[in-house]
Design a protein around this ligand. Structure first.
Ligand code: TEU
Ligand code: CA
Length: 550
């Protein structure tokens, strides 16, 4: 097994806009992150993934880049970035930057030039097609609602944008474009960046004959038309051999449309990515109407996703483990019980995150159990996906209250409220009114209070990170799930070079009978989220997590 650093690492995701504001303008920034480096190190994590910090009109939270070589002024300067990188490395921590290469901003110089005329030298850096029957070239829907095509008045042609109309898709078929991408990548790697998170990398090769999609199931459309195109492996291999290998950089590909059947094609030891984010569990509660059409999910379905991906990566390839990020609801609100069992279920989910097989990515604020924010009106949202979703919901005749119910469960604003550092006016995030409201539960959920609390979620996370480091089985061990016939119980075993561990999770509000009579009562309890758990055998309490030897 290749002992690459990223297979043992715990990654902490920072959404800079909401992490910490150093200059009192209400927006988080790089100097705010620098001011928290000791805190980040105290968590016991090994690397930081920071969401895009490049120049951007901010149509989609910075995922619409207008200059790949410049730091977004509201986040700070290039010397701030250099200082952040230095500060992380001085603490033995690594930096993973986020590159958005499937599309640029429509304010990028490339697109400004491309849209000027059909004869522009940059015309084919993007996908331009003539309309059909007075409408767009085909029926592809955008991730953000409406058509994936926008008619441009300058030439009357349509350009492709899988996401917002201010995020035109880059045409990777174009040699010169691919060269420009390699150059910008090298610029950041020369600075000593340790890893790259590659946004929607699965879509850089798509069906460029642009046939109509023959399904209304959006995830199917992504898988068969937007992602996994005929040259995807070739494009990844080209970046790998011409740039990544010269810097030994870790690459994690965000892969909507990547499935257990095709994942290994993109993770070849020689030509592929280091690992991927898959979405097997993250889309399971999305109905045919997508994010704002939530459907119930089942625990057996949830457990099956982990078992299936562990099977996929049993001998080759590598995956990530995440339960939330800047694109989804807060993990304890989505998978746990953020009311009666907030403490226990937050700790249980962190246990799952750090004991499953794959590189764990913990999202800022989940280490203290931050919960979903409840938008009081759609006008409070700062997310294009929610705002467009409301536009579409109105066309379907939904009331604002009905739409808000879905948005407050699944919308991306939930995870973008300011990190709750203490219980002061703006939770210690800023001295000024933050760009997003602070969650009203800041007085009960904040870092300062949990630092000193023995049984806090924060201190439980630190213990868990330490335990994970003590046992390579959690990093390199195989992972076998055991069905004990009780849906609420998630039981899996890790084993590596004779070091055997068992993890027992009760994902329910009810107590469950200890599932293994044969369990040796003497089994050593390594950790539990119930401080009074001394022996194996007695009932599992609601949301109880137990890690045992053996
Ligand atoms: O998300 C891409 C994506 O496929 C979805 O997982 C994500 O949920 C998105 O919100 C669509 O529902 C990446 C980024 O993580 C996201 O923040 C960006 O909005 C998107 O790409 C476009 O760059
Ligand atoms: Ca600021």
């Amino acid at each position: 097994m290749n002992e690459a650093w990223y297979k043992q690492a715990i990654v902490y995701q920072i959404y800079p806009r909401s992490f910490c504001d150093s200059n009192g303008d209400g927006t988080g920034d790089l100097r705010g992150v620098i001011s928290k480096l000791d805190y980040i190190q105290s968590l016991g994590v090994d690397a930081v993934w920071i969401n895009p910090i490049y120049l951007s009109p901010n149509d989609d939270g910075g995922y619409d880049i207008s200059d790949y070589y410049t730091i977004q002024p509201e986040f700070g300067t290039m010397s701030d970035l250099d200082e952040l990188l230095e500060g992380l490395h001085a603490r033995g921590l690594k930096l993973i930057m986020d590159l958005v290469l499937n599309h640029s901003s429509d304010e990028h110089a490339w697109f400004v030039e491309s849209r000027k005329s059909t004869g522009s030298p940059k015309r084919d850096y993007y996908f331009w097609r003539e309309g059909k029957n007075g409408g767009p070239p085909n029926n592809w829907p955008s991730f953000f609602g409406g058509s994936a095509w926008e008619k441009d008045p300058a030439t009357g042609a349509y350009y492709l944008h899988l996401f917002s109309r201010k995020q035109p898709d880059l045409n990777w078929e174009h040699e010169d474009l691919r060269k420009e991408v390699r150059d910008l990548m090298e610029f950041w790697l020369k600075k000593g960046v340790d890893g790259l998170r590659l946004d929607v990398i699965s879509a850089i090769s798509k069906r460029t004959d642009f046939p109509d999609t023959d399904t209304t199931n959006f995830n199917e459309t992504i898988r068969r038309y937007y992602a996994n195109g005929p040259r995807l492996k070739e494009f990844i291999a080209e970046m790998r051999h011409s740039v990544w290998d010269r810097y030994q950089v870790m690459t994690v590909g965000e892969g909507p449309g990547i499935t257990p059947d095709n994942a290994l094609e993109y993770l070849d030891e020689k030509d592929g990515l280091s690992m991927i984010f898959h979405f097997g569990h993250m889309f399971m509660d999305q109905g045919p109407g997508g994010r704002f059409d939530p459907i119930p999910w089942t625990l057996s379905g949830f457990k099956q996703v982990f078992a299936l991906w562990n099977k996929t990566f049993e001998h080759r390839g590598w995956g990530s483990v995440f339960l939330g990020n800047h694109d989804f609801g807060r993990m304890v609100s989505r998978w746990g019980n953020d009311r009666e069992h907030h403490n226990a279920s937050s700790k249980l989910l962190l246990t799952l995150l750090l004991t499953q097989r794959g590189t764990p990515f913990i999202y800022q604020g989940d280490e203290i159990g931050m919960t979903n924010y409840q938008l009081r009106a759609v006008s409070e949202s700062r997310d294009i996906e929610t705002l467009n979703g409301w536009r579409d919901a109105q066309q379907r005749g939904l009331s604002e209250a009905e739409f808000l119910k879905a948005a407050n469960y699944a919308g991306r604003d939930n995870a973008r409220t300011p990190v709750q550092w203490d219980d002061s006016a703006f939770a210690g995030f800023s001295g000024a009114t933050p760009w997003m409201p602070v969650n009203s539960n800041k007085s009960g959920i904040n870092v300062a209070q949990q630092e000193t609390e023995q049984g806090s979620i924060l201190n439980y996370f630190r213990q868990l990170a330490k335990l994970r480091k003590q046992h390579p089985a959690f990093s390199f061990g195989n992972c076998t799930t055991e069905d004990v016939g009780v849906e609420a119980i998630f039981l899996y075993r890790r084993e590596y070079k004779g070091d055997k561990m068992m993890v027992l999770l009760n994902l329910s509000d009810e107590s469950q009978i200890w599932p293994l009579e044969a369990m040796d009562q003497q089994s050593e309890i390594l950790m539990s989220n119930y401080a009074d758990r001394r022996y194996a055998g007695s009932d599992l309490r609601p949301w109880e997590a137990v890690i045992l030897k053996g």
